[in-house]
Ligand binder design. Structure first.
Ligand SMILES: NC(=O)c1ccc[n+]([C@@H]2O[C@H](COP(=O)([O-])OP(=O)(O)OC[C@H]3O[C@@H](n4cnc5c(N)ncnc54)[C@H](O)[C@@H]3O)[C@@H](O)[C@H]2O)c1
Ligand SMILES: *[C@@H]1O[C@H](CO)[C@@H](O)[C@H](O)[C@H]1NC(C)=O
Length: 317
């Protein structure tokens, strides 16, 4: 039995991401208390998790050392915030992506927990200095930004508030590693964090290439899925450069520096993602995958199946 057996984590907000975090932490042997301010929602979350854990077990994709029943036994739902927070050393907030909602939730939480409890937010786009502005002791605050679905896509961006203590970052990093996620540390806060900044750079250039009539929607997606994406599931852009020249990165820069700068200088302005271009790109996309629930759900299912397979493959390497 590991030392985590008695350790408690509270999830505040039990939507898509709150449920995923609960599964991840339970897989690591943590006791997880789930709170939602919608009556009945936290209990519903546990029903949904039970179903998902059953499916995962069947697919031999259940994470952690514990079986489904043992993991389920670690979960409880709570209608009262104070009760949900009792005994927890780590709080993962997963409420709506609205600044005011997050600010007031953290204000309430701080009033109910001890001084050493870590306050962590799942926000995708809000900055720590905004989210935690009403917390008195901000040295214990951090953002732990997951990627959807966290059960297969394990990256967690850890983003500190300017006042976050180094030990809070270290404890969060260790926790994420222990439950099988892959944390990365941002050294300071920045709009979009790292993942969305890189993602938006890719989206923007893909958009410009289609808008400028260089390539079709279908083919730019193939550039990623059959080209860059093949490598990027295993090695990042830095290692890619390092491996792509006989003598490594320095050699790569010697060979390709000028070419990279020339191409990058030719990039167009930030697209406005609206108007005629948006209309025609949306139409082109809808011809490939109609924008109705039936087709979208089928493609989402396919995506999640493929991610499951990729996660399995990555486990072996
Ligand atoms: N969905 C994603 O792909 C994704 C990925 C990474 C991060 N996130 C972030 O995770 C957070 C949650 O997103 P989601 O997709 O799970 O949203 P969601 O709408 O599925 O769930 C939000 C839940 O929070 C509850 N809630 C709202 N206000 C609350 C309050 N004051 N106290 C307690 N519970 C409250 C709601 O009842 C709901 O159950 C957001 O900040 C989002 O940006 C989402
Ligand atoms: C602030 O939070 C840090 C980190 O959890 C903790 O060590 C410290 O004691 C807290 N300070 C006060 C005044 O509560």
């Amino acid at each position: 039995m590991s030392s985590s057996d008695k350790k408690i984590i509270t999830i505040v907000g039990s939507g898509l991401i709150g449920r995923s975090w609960a599964m991840v932490f339970a897989s690591g042997g943590y006791t997880v208390k789930i709170y939602d301010n919608q009556p009945g929602q936290a209990a519903k979350a546990i029903t949904e998790i039970r179903k998902q854990l059953g499916e995962l077990e069947e697919a031999h994709m259940l994470r952690g050392e514990l079986n489904t029943a043992q993991q389920l036994a670690l979960l409880s739902s709570h209608e009262d915030l104070a009760q949900a927070l009792e005994g927890a050393f780590f709080i993962q907030e997963c409420v709506f992506e609205e600044l005011e909602a997050k600010r007031s939730v953290f204000q309430s939480i701080e009033g109910l927990v001890g001084k050493d409890v870590i306050l962590s937010s799942s926000t995708s786009c809000l900055l720590p200095s905004n989210v935690f502005s009403r917390v008195q002791n901000r040295s214990r605050c951090i953002i732990s930004h997951p990627v959807n679905p966290p059960y297969y896509v394990k990256l967690v961006e850890l983003v500190p508030h300017p006042e976050t203590e180094a030990t809070v970052m270290d404890i969060t990093y260790a926790l994420m590693t222990q439950v099988g996620q892959v944390p990365v540390r941002l050294k300071k806060e920045i709009d979009g964090f790292a993942l969305n900044r890189v993602q938006y750079a890719i989206i923007a250039e893909s958009w410009r290439l289609v808008q400028d009539g260089v390539i079709s929607v279908k083919d730019i997606d193939l550039v990623m899925s059959e080209g860059l994406g093949m490598r990027y599931a295993f090695i990042g852009p830095m290692e890619t450069m390092h491996l792509n020249a006989p003598e490594g990165l320095e050699d790569y820069l010697k060979r390709y520096r000028e070419g990279m700068k020339r191409v990058l200088t030719g990039f167009g302005p930030v697209p406005d993602f609206s108007g005629e271009a948006a209309k025609s790109i949306t139409e082109e996309m809808s011809e490939l995958i109609p924008s109705n629930q039936q087709h979208l759900s089928a493609r989402r299912e396919r995506r999640d199946q493929l991610l499951m397979g990729l996660a399995k493959l990555k486990q072996q390497h």
